[in-house]
Design a protein around this ligand. Structure first.
Ligand code: APR
Length: 309
């Protein structure tokens, strides 16, 4: 039997998630948006593409949470992106209202679901989703590190002229400027990156990855990245639906790991049918640990501004 995956928000990220999921064929897909007709139109368009790609997934577009009922996984992409003239605080408060509303509904109609949050500011929104749904941390997971590391892997592969599948890289921390890249642990086919590139080139690639979202916004001008974010979120769904137990960098609430409690940051986790099945603690150097603490402090500040706990 196919799993049931709901995608909340039928904008650029949500629409792309729905398309990628439907093409996989392992899940039936529900796409929900408050804008009447948007989810219905995108879902129908996706459904009509499936005979071409050979998938029998069902795809439903809706504005009603009745259709989300019984979902195994809910991917939350609803929210607004920052517009010119809008302060970061305005963005946080607007997305906070949206995520609260969405998560109340998800907890009501799909109380057993695993929630994957994509909306920014990511780590604070995961914390809010935990608070609103009341779900255990194993079932509320943020998409962040897969995207950030994918950007770094793409740049390393381009620089060295190697397959992206040969590159391994780690990024921890909050999904923002304070993210903590660990190039010391990056490898290419098992060879340490530090043996293949000089430190200044590695720094430049890391900086490009850290600024990856802004680089895309600068080019698109009227929107933000959606291809890589949707690919990252769907890879989390794959690992859960197929119980693949991939070890992926995801935003989860720490409970003593890395010496921190109750803050959400990106760390490597095992994703399987139960959601987060294990949190991995890397042995960090002193400066790496200090950077992770600073990143967690930035997340705590946003959460404090939002005024819940
Ligand atoms: N319930 C359901 N959908 C909602 C709600 C709500 N309460 N509020 C807003 N939406 C919908 C909007 O109608 C819109 O279609 O969320 C969608 C967001 O889509 P886009 O504006 O295209 O934004 P997108 O680029 O998809 O980014 C969504 O993902 O990567 C992050 O930073 C990004 O926070 C942003 C989110």
């Amino acid at each position: 039997m196919r799993a049931r995956v709901s995608v909340i928000g039928a904008g650029m990220v949500g629409g792309n998630c729905a398309q990628r999921l439907a093409e996989r064929g392992h899940s039936d897909v529900v796409l929900l948006d408050i804008v009447e007709g948007l989810a219905q139109g995108k879902a129908l368009d996706i459904l009509e593409s499936l005979p071409v790609v050979g998938s029998d997934a069902d795809v439903v577009g809706t504005s009603s949470y009745d259709d989300v009922a019984g979902s195994d996984i809910v991917v939350v992409t609803s929210g607004i992106a920052r517009k010119p003239g809008m302060s970061r605080e305005d963005l946080v408060l607007t997305n906070m209202r949206i995520i609260s509303d969405v998560c109340e509904n998800v907890a009501r109609v799909a109380p057993q679901s695993i929630v994957i949050v994509v909306t920014n500011p990511l780590d604070a929104m995961v914390q809010l989703a935990l608070h609103t749904t009341g779900f255990a941390r194993e079932r509320v997971i943020g998409q962040s590190g897969i995207l950030d590391t994918a950007r770094l892997k793409a740049f390393i592969a381009m620089e060295l002229g190697v397959s992206v599948t040969s590159v391994s890289a780690n990024i921890l921390g909050g999904h923002g400027n304070s993210m903590v890249a660990l190039p010391r642990l990056a490898t290419v086919g098992g060879v340490p990156l530090s043996e293949l590139l000089p430190p200044e080139r590695i720094d430049a690639l890391v900086q490009r990855a850290v600024n990856g979202g802004a680089e895309i916004v600068g080019l698109l001008k009227t929107g933000s990245a959606y291809c890589a974010p949707s690919a990252a979120a769907v890879s989390m769904v794959d690992s859960i639906v197929l119980d693949r137990k991939d070890v992926l960098p995801c935003a989860v609430q720490l409970k003593g790991e890395y010496g921190m409690t109750d803050v959400v940051v990106g760390v490597p986790v095992k994703l399987g049918a139960a959601g987060v099945e294990q949190v991995y603690e890397l042995a960090l150097l002193e400066d790496e640990m200090a950077a992770l603490q600073r990143s967690a402090d930035a997340v705590r500040q946003t959460v404090a501004f939002m005024g819940f706990q």
